[in-house]
Design a protein around this ligand. Structure first.
Ligand code: DUC
Ligand code: ZN
Ligand code: ZN
Ligand code: ZN
Length: 460
């Protein structure tokens, strides 16, 4: 069956252009001047943007953390993603200490395969660096997982020493893999957190106060130096602080292969949210923590100048009731994470409305660049003949109010409760199938396919 998407403005990193898009089965067959193509069915996109489907390169569905697990399953989380105009996620398989990377990958396939509404891939979290893990990095790459996250935070859990990071980076250099880094100095942070707790400071805001931005800046700089020594490409995940951004910008100016992502929560929320009374602040506990508002302008600028190349959500939902509440009495026990997979396209479109980003940059940071960074281009990330028909019709004139009462994520609160947004997803196609329309969700949680990715296409 062919579908013509007619009359819309097709948006790419170079801007917006009136064009028609012809979909044939799962693939885009042609992009042509208005009125030059025809299809068996037509979707009228007049007044809408026609975007390549969003790619959220950082999500955590069903992730074990601190004795509990994130509450979106692959089924609920990918359905919510589709509602918000995201047609691909890259989630993280998490190696537990004492287990192998390959058994971890099998385990994550077991959770996701057959249970996703949109296409999905995996990164691998390495938390046990040993000869077997290093060897198995090669098999992961063969299996379409060529990006590996490591942690400079969480001593005793996910943490790797500088020596371990060096070894994994050497392997990345050898194989073309990308090392993704959670850059916070966890050794120092754990001391500060213990001191605060012993002084009777137990509220959620302490989570932010004991993880100062300087310790993100320091870890980011250290990761950059380790990457330089080894020659490995480095991707800093969830960058939140001006200090870390400055380190990334300097490395990029020096010609190093360093990339970074930020997340909507760091652009819109702040430590003032963490300081909300009556334990409300727990809703905003994530790591790195929400910062002073003064960091936000730097992050928007970083997105404009490409020192920040990607916007991902770090979607990691824990319910307020019974999960965030585990940390009443000790902020250190609040599970870390903020839900957001549904709202990334909207929140960044709001940046366009506010004059922070161009339309082209919106699509570039939310779709085209993550596709290239993680080996999915041009199957994903672009509206062009031959690409998968992952297409979003976005209505820039519609308005909406974000709320837990209307979102589709399986979590009992919204970090953006009451926020008014100009713009709204109208229709979403995943590989040619209409999965969201004004009539509602018409997809299926068996539709999504595993994406075996190639290596970072900026470098390989
Ligand atoms: N880092 C993440 O990327 N996600 C959840 C928790 C964390 O520390
Ligand atoms: Zn599989
Ligand atoms: Zn992290
Ligand atoms: Zn994460």
């Amino acid at each position: 069956m062919t579908i013509l998407i007619s009359g819309g403005q097709v948006v790419s990193p170079s801007g917006a252009l009136l064009a028609d898009v012809l979909v044939d089965g799962e693939i885009i067959a042609a992009v042509g001047a208005p009125g030059t193509l025809s299809g068996e069915e037509t979707i009228d996109a007049t007044g809408k943007y026609v975007l390549p489907g969003g790619i959220d390169a950082h999500t955590h569905m069903e992730m074990p953390f601190g004795g509990t697990h994130s509450v979106d399953t692959f089924a609920t989380g990918t359905t919510a993603a589709a509602w918000g105009g995201t047609t691909t996620i890259i989630d993280f398989a998490v190696q537990a200490k004492g287990t192998s990377l390959l058994s971890t990958l099998d385990k994550w396939h077991g959770k996701a395969d057959g249970n996703c509404a949109i296409d999905y891939g995996f990164h691998m979290i390495i938390s046990d660096v040993n000869d077997q893990s290093l060897k198995e990095m090669e098999a992961c790459i063969e299996g379409g997982v060529g990006s590996f996250k490591m942690f400079m935070a969480y001593p005793g859990v996910f943490y790797s020493t500088d020596g371990e990071i060096l070894l994994a980076m050497q392997k990345a250099r050898e194989t073309g893999a990308t090392i993704m880094m959670h850059a916070e100095n966890g050794i120092a942070i754990d001391q500060l957190a213990a001191q605060a707790f012993e002084a009777g400071k137990i509220d959620p805001v302490q989570h932010g106060l004991t993880r100062p931005p300087e310790l993100e800046g320091e870890a980011t700089s250290r990761a950059i130096q380790l990457a330089k020594v080894t020659g490995a490409p480095l991707y800093i995940v969830h960058l939140s602080a001006s200090q870390a951004l400055a380190a990334v910008a300097e490395a990029r100016n020096d010609g190093q292969n360093v990339f970074a992502e930020t997340c909507p929560q760091y652009l819109y929320l702040s430590i003032e949210d963490l300081a909300k009374p009556d334990f409300e602040g727990a809703k905003y506990v994530a790591s790195p923590p929400l910062r002073e508002k003064s960091h936000q302008a730097d992050l928007w600028r970083g997105l404009r100048t490409n020192d920040l190349s990607v916007v991902s959500t770090d979607h990691c939902p824990f319910c307020f009731k019974d999960q965030k509440e585990l940390g009443r009495g000790d902020f250190r026990a609040i599970p870390n994470g903020i839900p957001g997979v549904e709202h990334r396209m909207d929140l960044l479109h709001q940046g366009v409305v506010a004059g922070e980003l161009t339309l082209g940059r919106w699509v570039e940071t939310c779709s085209a660049t993550p596709a290239r960074m993680f080996g999915l281009y041009p199957k994903k990330g672009v509206i062009a003949a031959g690409s998968d028909a992952d297409i979003v019709l976005y209505d820039p004139a519609a308005t909406q109010t974000l709320s837990a009462s209307t979102h589709h994520m399986n979590v009992d609160y919204s970090a953006y409760e009451g926020l008014e947004i100009t713009g709204r997803v109208h229709t979403v196609l995943s590989r040619g199938r209409v999965v969201v329309s004004p009539d509602g969700f018409s997809g299926s949680t068996s539709h999504g396919k595993f994406l075996s990715r190639s290596l970072n296409q900026y470098l390989n």
